[in-house]
Design a protein around this ligand. Sequence first.
Ligand SMILES: [Zn+2]
Length: 275
Amino acid sequence: MVAGKKGEEGGGEYKMQITLLDKNKEKTFASFLIKDSTPAYVNSLRRTIINQVPTMAIEDVDFKKNNSILYDEIIAHRLGLVVLSTDIKSYNIPSECNCKGKGCMKCTLKMTLKAKGPGYVYASEIKSKDPKIKPVYPKTIIAKLLKDQEIELEATAMLGEGRDHIKWSPALVFYTYNPAITVNNKSKKFDEFKNKYPPQVFDSSGKIDKKLITGNLIDACEGVCDDVVNIEYDDKSFIFNIESWGQLTYKEIVTKSIDILNKELDGFEKQLTKK
Ligand SMILES: [Zn+2]
């Protein structure tokens, strides 16, 4: 099964349409309009992204020196949460690698950190053996060292999935039903109710502008007076938002999640047709 394709055998009325509504120039955020779908499908996509699209994160830390005020465990935990740019095509998840999880060049990456106080230790000081995999936010603070305090360690980063630990989750994903908004500025009740609407939805001439009713303002306008602003939802069209933590672009995340979902559905189909 392929998401977005017209109904294949047994697919029937399946004609999902996806339109890109908005994105940022870093390609870490995108908003889509998904039409003719179901809450089950959209939620499967959301869960696949959060739980199964892999990213790189530090998993093991070997301390050579640490006389800072922070325990080894705390520093290791903080290192695990450092967002690393991810090259999804060049690495395997260790358990799926040819080395069977022992750890090799295809599934693990060594990183080192050596710092001496006084001063802050930043993520930018982590040295990676692969130039493609490095901290996305160099100013992330890992520790604060006083005079004569030192940290020296070797860390191992690997691909993992959000279902094992949230540090591997690639994005924040959420969706809402797509609202159908009707505005009637000529309503007899307009004067009576206009003060009940948030000021942000009025244009310079004092009329309510449908285009200004977005985000939280939709909820604020709903139910005030259906004669003036009427908001309706159907359970077939959705606004799907994806905000990457920075490891992957929204495109890589969505493409990979559809791959994973399709593979799982194929596997499910095979199991069903087995005799
Ligand atoms: Zn391996």
